[in-house]
Design a binder for this molecule. Sequence first.
Ligand code: DGL
Length: 283
Amino acid sequence: MDNRPIGFFDSGLGGLTCIAPFTATLPDERIIYFGDTARTPYGSKAVSTIRSFSFEIADFLVQSGVKMIVIACNTVSSTCLYDLRARYPELPVLGIIRPAAIAAAAEGRAGKKIGVIGTKVTVRSGAYEKQIRELQSGLTISSVACPALVPLIEEGILENNIMDLTVRHYLDDFISSQSIDTLVLGCTHYPLIRTNIEKLYPKLEIIDPSQEIVNSICRTLTENELAAGPNIAGKDGQGATQKPDHTFYASDLSENFINMIDRIFAGTGFQMAFKSFDLDIGK
Ligand code: DGL
């Protein structure tokens, strides 16, 4: 039994899409989340920049006493997973590409035409094609980068015409020219616009990897005997079980970030703290 928190991070609020299924499946685990809202988006930056941002955040999570690091960001997972594993050999470090590939290559999908959407860096890395092909050879896979989606989502521009037009700009031609029937949301921000995509392309099967990363966290906790015990926050004065407390750090604690977290946890009874993290920019 290990009651230390699990550290999640992303370039911004995209990684929060993994948190809802996570707390539903593992309600006794405590979270420290870091969103690098001051430097988002990562998806069009140089890999060396992404690596140094990721090291800075992961060092902070490790100093905060986490028992595991979850890279809730495809861009970082596709480029820096092995660097982060080498930096913290004592901790499990999980990326999201493998779980997403497992979801995409699930049984019954042979012969499907899989489309992967992600950031420029994720698509350029070829990580999805490689991982999905390793798991299942009979699939056709194509990818397209959609760099304008993350900045719009971070601005809270979601269910409206601007988002719909932007989605169509990237996907209309991609889906028809490649005859895509299954679309992998290869960026943790994209589940936040799933309804836009479903409305525009109702016949597509959409794969959202967030539940699969939770399955992977469960397996890792069990294999490493790291699972938290129940009631980690103890009992309140009336003897009722308290829910664990979660801490959310942002390098720019924006209203949108806080509102999104409030929306995810509304009515769940979890205790939440919001903290600003001052980046030592230019040190
Ligand atoms: N959520 C990140 C990902 O999954 C966002 C990338 C970005 O900051 O551009 O790739």
